[in-house]
Design a protein. Structure first.
Length: 167
């Protein structure tokens, strides 16, 4: 399998998020660490949004915390009042939905948003929880035993890579 073109998918997502923001300008962009945060930061800059976008980490609410531990040093940063906010969560790849469940728990630790929606570059299927994106650019079949990871180079250019999952 050849990984999808992350830059082309980003361009499509940017267009769709711009349309959403045109209709609902109070929507706040919040990226899910790490790949979703990269996308949210870039969208925020490209779409010339005021203030700063948010970043939310799933680390403290993961159901596999005992096995993974503090796998990420990224901390949740929400530079706005979550109470009553219209939040668009942004992620790179949606798979089982377990990261999203942990992210929602973390988000609600900071307040009670009016609405939360989800935008992703890629949905790879395999859901274990009833979570679906409102904006999804591509659906991709990833072979068993592999994961689809977003990478970013020093210039900010995005690309997807396939990685073998360690047993």
């Amino acid at each position: 399998m050849t990984p999808p073109d992350a830059e082309a998918l980003y361009a499509q997502l940017r267009t769709r998020v711009q349309a959403l923001l045109d209709a609902e300008p109070a929507t706040r962009l919040v990226g899910i660490a790490t790949g979703g945060a990269w996308i949210a930061e870039r969208l925020h800059a490209d779409l010339k949004q005021a203030g700063a976008c948010g970043v939310v980490s799933s680390v403290m609410h993961r159901d596999d915390f005992a096995r993974r531990g503090l796998a990420s040093s990224v901390q949740t940063q929400l530079p706005f009042d979550v109470n009553g906010a219209d939040v668009l969560l942004i992620d790179d790849v949606l798979y089982t939905g377990r990261t999203l469940r942990a992210v929602l728990n973390e988000l609600f630790d900071h307040g009670r948003p009016q609405r939360v929606r989800l935008a992703v570059l890629v949905d790879r299927g395999g859901r274990e929880l009833p979570i679906e994106p409102q904006l999804c650019v591509a659906t991709v079949d990833v072979p068993a035993g592999q994961s689809l990871e977003l990478a970013r180079d020093d210039s900010g250019r995005l690309r997807f890579v396939l990685e073998a999952i360690a047993p």
